[in-house]
Design a protein around this ligand. Structure first.
Ligand code: ADP
Ligand code: MG
Length: 479
C-alpha cells in the first residue's frame, strides 16, 4: 500500500511540476509526503494548517485534475496535517495526526550572527588611487560574499533583473545590457543583486577588476580629489575598472559637478566595452535632477526592475536565510512573518532577526505567539516612512487632480495650491532638504519651497476652510 501511495504521488508531482512555476512547486509541493492509498483515497501529509489552506485555495483544481488522472473518477485526496507536538499542551485538535511522526526539533533558543556590513553602506573605501605607472593593481572590490546569486532567491518579482544580471556576469561588457540599470523601491534587493553580479564576474574572470561603490562614496571621493587637487588620478582610477557597480545612482541628483565627472567616466568605460551596473530607486524616465545627457545614457542598455516578492518567494527567502545560519524555527512562524510583512525584504529580515534576538536573549522558545507579539510591535514601530511621492499622491487624490500635473509648469490655481501643500507637508513629514523637495515638486528651487510653506501657514491662520483642508490632509498622510 505504502509504496503505491508514493508512486501515485510521484506521478502527480510530474504533472504538477509542468503546470506551475518552479518556486511554487518547491514551496508547496516538495515538502508533501504521500502516506496512504486506500479505496482510491490518497492521503498526503502537509507541514501545517496554513499549508493545507494555501493548497486548497490555490491549487485545488490542479490537484483534482491530477488525482483523477491517476486514480480515476472516484479518486479523492485527504490531508493529514503535522501538528507541532513539541507544545506541552497539544490542545483539542481534531485533525488526523500520523502516528510515529516526529517533528524536527524546533523551538530552541538560538545564537545569532549579525553581519554589520549588511546593506553595504558607509564603509570606508581605502584610498582608491593608483600609483602612476602601474597598469593593473589589486583593489578592494568592496563586495560582500553573502550577497551572492546563490543567496538571491528567484521569483516572478526579479526574474528579468536576475537573468540579465547573470548574463552580464557571464559576459561583462559584451551583452546589450550595458549599462545594466536595476531599479526598485528600497529593501527589494538592488544592492544584493549588484553584489551578486560583481562576485560572479570575479569568479568567472579573476583577472577583471570589479569595483562596487555607493554613489555617496563616489561623490565623496570626487570632492576629496578636488580638494587635494588630484582629480585626474580619480578619473584614471575609475577609467581602468572593468566592471563598475554604482549603487543608488539617484543620489547624484542635483550634484552637477559629480555628474559631469561621472559622464566622462561613463563614456570612457562604455567605449572600451567595460561593464557598468547602476541601481536606482526609480527608472531613468522618472529620475529628477539628473542631466539629460546622462539620463539618455542610462537608457542605452537594459532597465530592469525588482518588484515586491509574492508570498512564496518571501517564504523561500526566510528559509534560505535560516538555512544559511543553521537555524530551524517552526514553519508556521515563517509563514506568519512572510504573510504579515509584505512590502520590504529588509523589514522581513529585520523582523526575523528581531525574533531570533528576543528568543536568544530572553531564552524564550520561538512560537507563533511570540512572533505575533513581536510583529505587532514591529509593524507599529516601523510605521511606514512618509515620502514626497506619497504626499503628492494623497494631496492630488484629495483635490482629484492627476499627480503629474504637480510636476508640470502649469500655474492653474488649484494646481499651484496642491503643489504648495505637497511642499508644505514634505517639509513637515520628511527629512528632505528644501532643495530636494523643490526638485521633486515641479523642479522648483528652495526659495519657492520656503515661500510655499509660508503661504500655507498664513492661510491656515486666516482661512478657516483652508485650515480644515490642511487638517484633513494631515490625517490622511499620517494614516
Ligand atoms: P535595496 O538595495 O533594494 O534597498 P537590498 O539589496 O539591501 O535592497 O536588500 C535588502 C535585504 O533583502 C538584504 O539583506 C538582501 O539580502 C535581502 N534580499 C533582497 N532580495 C532578495 C532575494 N531575492 N533573495 C534573498 N534575499 C534578498
Ligand atoms: Mg541598496
Amino acid at each position: 500500500m505504502e509504496k503505491n501511495a508514493v508512486e501515485v504521488w510521484e506521478n502527480c508531482l510530474k504533472v504538477i511540476k509542468d503546470n506551475i512555476n518552479y518556486q511554487s512547486f518547491k514551496t508547496w509541493f516538495l515538502p508533501i509526503n504521500a502516506v496512504k492509498l486506500k479505496d482510491h483515497v490518497l492521503t498526503i501529509q502537509v507541514p501545517s494548517q496554513f499549508f493545507y489552506e494555501w493548497l486548497e485555495e490555490h491549487y485545488i483544481s490542479l490537484l483534482k485534475k491530477t488525482i483523477r488522472k491517476e486514480l480515476g473518477a472516484e479518486g479523492r485526496l485527504e490531508y493529514s496535517i503535522i501538528v507541532d507536538n513539541s507544545d506541552i499542551e497539544p490542545g483539542p485538535i481534531t485533525i488526523k495526526v500520523p502516528t510515529g511522526e516526529k517533528k524536527a526539533t524546533f523551538n530552541q533558543p538560538v545564537s545569532m550572527p549579525i553581519d554589520l556590513n549588511r546593506g553595504g553602506t558607509s564603509k570606508e573605501i581605502p584610498n582608491p588611487f593608483i600609483i602612476p605607472g602601474l597598469k593593473k593593481i589589486k583593489i578592494n572590490s568592496q563586495l560582500i560574499e553573502s550577497y551572492s546569486f546563490d543567496n538571491f532567491i528567484e521569483g516572478d518579482c526579479n526574474r528579468l533583473a536576475r537573468s540579465a544580471g547573470f548574463a552580464v556576469a557571464s559576459n561583462p561588457g559584451k551583452t546589450a545590457f550595458n549599462p545594466l540599470f536595476i531599479y526598485s523601491s528600497t529593501g527589494l534587493g538592488k544592492t544584493h543583486l549588484s553584489h551578486a553580479i560583481g562576485l560572479l564576474v570575479k569568479n568567472n574572470f579573476p583577472e577583471k577588476t570589479v569595483l562596487y561603490v555607493t554613489t555617496d562614496q563616489f561623490t565623496n571621493q570626487f570632492i576629496d580629489s578636488v580638494r587635494n587637487n588630484n582629480q585626474n588620478d580619480f578619473i584614471h582610477f575609475y577609467q581602468m575598472i572593468d566592471v563598475l557597480i554604482l549603487d543608488d545612482i539617484h543620489n547624484l541628483a542635483g550634484k552637477e559637478k559629480t555628474q559631469d565627472v561621472f559622464f566622462h567616466i561613463f563614456n570612457h568605460l562604455h567605449q572600451k566595452s567595460n561593464q557598468i551596473i547602476l541601481t536606482s530607486d526609480k527608472p531613468p524616465v522618472e529620475m529628477k535632477g539628473i542631466e539629460p545627457r546622462l539620463l539618455s545614457r542610462f537608457k542605452w542598455g537594459l532597465s530592469a526592475d525588482l518588484q515586491i516578492p509574492d508570498l512564496e518567494t518571501r517564504i523561500a527567502i526566510l528559509h534560505k536565510k535560516l538555512y544559511n545560519d543553521g537555524i530551524q524555527i517552526p514553519a508556521e512562524v515563517i509563514e506568519y512573518l512572510a504573510y504579515n510583512i509584505n512590502t520590504n525584504i529588509r523589514e522581513l529580515e529585520g523582523a526575523l532577526i528581531s525574533l531570533l534576538a528576543q528568543s536568544s536573549l530572553n531564552k524564550k522558545t520561538i512560537t507563533l505567539d511570540l512572533a505575533k507579539q513581536m510583529i505587532d510591535k514591529f509593524v507599529k514601530n516601523t510605521s511606514r516612512e512618509i515620502s514626497i511621492d506619497y504626499i503628492q499622491k494623497v494631496v492630488c487624490e484629495f483635490f482629484n487632480i492627476p499627480v503629474d500635473t504637480i510636476n508640470s509648469k502649469t500655474r492653474k490655481r488649484e494646481i499651484v495650491q496642491a503643489r504648495q501643500l505637497s511642499m508644505y507637508f514634505s517639509k513637515k513629514h520628511t527629512k528632505s532638504s528644501l532643495a530636494s523637495i523643490g526638485l521633486h515638486c515641479g523642479n522648483k528651487d528652495h526659495a519657492t519651497v520656503l515661500h510655499a510653506c509660508r503661504t500655507v501657514n498664513n492661510l491656515v491662520e486666516t482661512d478657516k476652510q483652508f485650515r480644515q483642508f490642511v487638517e484633513e490632509l494631515d490625517k490622511r498622510i499620517k494614516i
